[in-house]
Design a binder for this molecule. Structure first.
Ligand SMILES: Cc1cc2nc3c(=O)[nH]c(=O)nc-3n(C[C@H](O)[C@H](O)[C@H](O)COP(=O)(O)OP(=O)(O)OC[C@H]3O[C@@H](n4cnc5c(N)ncnc54)[C@H](O)[C@@H]3O)c2cc1C
Length: 809
């Protein structure tokens, strides 16, 4: 065994093997993989090997597409048979909502070039004669679905990596990980120590335990999962003889099951409601290529539906039942990337669909390690999307919810209940008393909208406009015509202090720093000129700053700042040690002025001022800004004052017709002001030039990514963020939710990032990226919303107050 290596990959399942292979592909060949038993000894060996490209997140779908396309290459290069079967797959819809969902999935796949076809139930029956047509109304057919041999694939990755110089040590368990002062690692195994520059946790079923070796409690949980294989069936033999090919794979949402041909019989797996976590606290090291006891009673409801939907199954014997564990993160997506705050420590775990995603996880992680950038949009898989609130018990609740909903529709306006309300601010009860309908983001509860008094605070889930629509319209009117109050604690807040803070931030930020007492907007970029974050920067001293950014990016941003930290500078995540309320609307100044001695007149407190003042008796930092585009103030206080602040403003606002507004109204108001948002318009795959953040770009100073920005400005961006006015279907109006394709001249030319109905302007608006040469104001496009292409006109400026007067009055 080597005593040192550039990288030690811990775990020889399909994911670890893929990471090892991709590192060698990128030229890092001094790499080793350590496996406690044999390759595949975790979840991999007993997997059903199914794979598909479709995913709710198109960026993940793209990586699945890459994975599925990789198998022939690694099979050929390694000489290891992967048993690749590509019969295609049917997603079967039993009702209209599922059909809508399939149409939306088909639309999302368009700009990825995915070959997806909506077919009738009759066509589905012809392709898959085992099904009973009466239970279905249609299907989506994906040619790129199939299955592989799990062991073959893992060995093929490993074989290719070995050819390139990687070494694999089996029957070697990593028992401890110790970091040296220089950030390198001593990897302690039962066969000796390896000194490594980087470690990768691809521990699968033991990823949690590997994390604990360095004090991490990863949000990962294993679930039991069952599939069964039938005896050979005459129906299958007849189909194979008649068509000379294998039956397509089937995904049956109503039965919460998947079905495919296996040899001469069928394989049927379920994501049952009565799901069961496995080893919820600790995975035993003694678990070794074992299976769990089958429990057919648990999957009986799914089997009952299966026998109805596929009657031939009811008469055939079961040859084998497999019950094995595999791991999930709370949202079902993998945990990939560098661990915030720990140098040279990388995650590649919680991969629940290793045969659809393993290749993409390996590729992006290897690029991230070698090039410093994953090279693709992996926001949905980033290990930094969870914070410390994702405890063991929270993970348990969320993973069970996710597993049991695997084949359920999650509507765009749906808020899932497990693990809530866990994380709340002091005004939670006040807002609940005002009939708030709550959502959660990054674990924190935030008000979505306020139901009318006496009515149940509940939102109907739908792809179209919900029961929230009229209430949100009223909230928007309150803000635009009188004054609205909302909670704004769900920003990420950071404080930067210490000698040299200003110089440090200036090297990270695209905009000049504001003067003391002022706020401005800025972006931070990576070396390639992609957006790492966008922030409001408030300066309270020469070397004293508050930064405000998107809350869901808190761990992602912290990782970035801490990774670039300069000597003498202190970077603190404020979390809920600073909470806020926001007043917005033409009456905002009058309300606030009535409770503070500080003069808020524009000449004394102009737009983008940030100062420490007293509001009533409450010490507060008050920034004159809001995301609504109206006159507004964000008032930041220590949590112990938030309730008093709420009562004070609410009372003071009564003569001015104050009303509460929530996140849905905010999203509507920001759309008519053409304000973009993080994780939608601004993501790490876009540049500030594409995203039209020109006002935050000042090339008069040096900052990370500046050279790339200059080069892009010189050649012009390939794509540009557009702002669209959409004409919805008058019979059944629906607005965009994100990821819809944008059509032009009969071809898909771009995609929607986000949008909303702008209540006050009475328009359905959307943002989306499109080729720059097509970004001509006034040009007409089409946006595909639930299977319908709707006219969309490209707008040159915000539909409301393009000169920005309302914010500055
Ligand atoms: C019944 C069943 C059916 C499935 N069907 C499918 C399917 O059809 N399609 C699909 O895509 N996915 C399927 N899966 C999921 C799939 O199995 C997983 O996504 C995949 O195996 C995850 O691979 P991994 O490499 O992350 O983890 P694992 O396979 O668990 O590998 C982790 C490896 O790390 C090793 N290890 C851990 N800790 C240490 C240590 N300290 N030192 C050394 N070695 C260590 C372990 O021994 C293990 O070999 C199924 C799972 C089950 C249970």
């Amino acid at each position: 065994m080597k005593s040192s290596a550039r990288v030690v990959v811990i775990g020889g399942g399909v994911v670890g093997a893929s990471v090892l292979f991709h590192l060698t592909e990128l030229g890092w060949t001094d790499v080793v993989l350590v496996e406690r038993k044999e390759l595949t000894a975790g979840s991999t060996w007993h997997a059903a090997g199914g794979m598909h490209t479709l995913n709710g997140d198109p960026n993940v779908a793209k990586l699945q597409q890459y994975t599925v396309g990789l198998y022939r290459e690694i099979e050929q290069r390694s000489g290891q048979n992967c048993s690749i079967h590509m019969p295609g797959g049917l997603m079967l819809a039993g009702d209209r909502e599922r059909m809508d969902w399939l149409r939306m999935a088909q639309a999302r796949g368009r700009y990825l070039g995915m070959d997806l076809e909506i077919i009738s139930a009759g066509e589905a029956k012809r392709m898959f004669p085992l099904l009973e047509e009466q239970y279905f109304i249609g299907a989506l057919f994906d040619r790129d679905e199939g299955h592989v041999d799990p062991t073959g694939v893992t060995r093929a990755y490993a074989g290719c990596a070995r050819q390139a110089g990687a070494e694999i040590y089996q029957h070697t368990r990593v028992s401890d990980l110790r970091q040296r002062r220089d950030g390198t690692w001593d990897v302690i195994t039962d066969s000796g120590e390896i000194h490594a520059e980087h470690i990768v946790n691809a521990g699968g079923l033991w990823a949690r335990e590997v994390g604990r070796m360095i004090g991490l409690e990863l949000p990962v949980l294993a679930m039991e999962h069952m599939y069964l294989i039938t005896e050979d069936m005459d129906e299958v033999a007849e189909y194979n003889a008649a068509t000379r090919h294998e039956l397509p794979m089937g995904l049956d949402f109503d039965g919460e099951l998947y079905i495919r041909q296996e040899g001469g019989g069928m394989l049927l797996g379920t994501y049952e409601q009565a799901c069961v976590p496995w080893s919820p606290r600790e995975t035993p090291w003694t678990f070794d290529q074992q299976l769990l006891a089958p429990d057919l009673d648990r999957i009986a409801p799914s089997l009952e539906i299966a026998f109805k939907h596929y009657p031939a199954l009811a008469d055939v014997g079961i040859k084998k039942v497999i019950n094995g564990p595999f791991t999930f993160a709370p949202d079902g997506n993998p945990l990939v990337g560098p661990v915030p705050g720990v140098r040279n420590c990388w995650m590649a775990c919680a991969v629940m669909a290793g045969f659809s995603q393993g290749g993409g996880v390996g590729l992006t992680l290897a690029r991230w390690m070698v090039d410093g950038d994953p090279g693709e949009d992996i926001w949905a898989m980033d290990v930094a999307r969870f914070g410390s609130w994702a405890s063991l018990a929270y993970t348990n609740a969320k993973v069970r919810e996710n597993y049991s909903r695997r084949f359920r529709i999650t509507f765009p306006n749906e808020e899932l209940p497990a693990g809530r309300a866990l994380h709340t601010t002091p005004v939670y009860d006040r807002l609940t008393a005002h009939n708030a309908v709550w959502g959660a983001s990054f674990g924190l509860e935030h008000p979505l909208w306020f139901q009318r008094p006496g009515e149940e605070p509940r939102e109907d889930v739908t792809f179209r406009r919900s029961n929230a629509h009229p209430a949100v319209a009223e909230e928007c009117t309150t803000v635009r015509e009188r004054v609205g109050l909302t909670e704004c604690s769900n920003f990420a807040k950071y404080r930067v202090t210490g000698a040299g803070s200003a110089d440090w931030l200036q090297r990270l930020f695209t905009n000049r720093l504001p003067r003391v007492g002022r706020i401005n907007l800025t972006a931070a970029l990576d070396r390639g000129g992609h957006i790492v974050g966008e922030f409001s920067v408030a300066r309270v001293g020469a070397d004293d700053f508050f930064l405000f950014g998107s809350q869901i990016a808190e761990a992602h941003h912290s990782r970035w700042f801490l990774g670039h930290l300069a000597d003498g500078v202190r970077f603190d995540v404020l979390g809920l040690s600073l909470v806020g309320l926001s007043l917005a609307g033409p009456g905002a100044r009058d309300v606030l002025q009535s409770v503070t001695g500080a003069s808020l007149a524009t000449e004394n407190y102009p737009f983008m001022t940030f100062r420490r003042i007293d509001v009533g008796m409450i010490p507060a930092y008050v920034g004159r800004m809001t995301y609504t585009g109206d006159l507004g103030y964000e008032i930041w206080v220590a949590p112990e004052y938030q309730r008093a602040l709420f009562d004070l403003l609410w009372q003071a606002g009564q003569p001015y017709g104050i009303g509460l507004f929530g996140f849905r109204a905010l999203m509507s108001l920001r759309m008519e002001k053409m304000f973009g948002t993080w994780a939608r318009e601004y993501r790490p795959i876009y540049t500030p030039v594409e995203a039209r953040m020109h006002r935050s770009l000042k090339l008069d100073h040096d900052f990370i990514g500046r050279a790339a920005v200059e080069a892009e400005l010189a050649r012009g961006p390939a794509r540009t963020l557009g702002y669209f006015d959409i004409t919805p279907d008058p019979a059944e109006p629906a607005d965009v939710v994100g990821d819809e394709p944008i059509w032009h001249g009969g071809a898909v030319v771009g995609w929607v990032t986000s949008g909303a109905y702008a209540h006050y302007s009475r328009r359905s608006l959307a943002f989306g990226y499109l080729p720059s040469e097509l970004a001509v104001p006034g040009a007409i496009f089409e946006v595909e919303i639930i299977g319908q292409r709707r006219p969309a006109r490209l707008l040159p400026e915000p539909v409301l107050d393009p000169a920005g007067q309302r914010m500055r009055v």
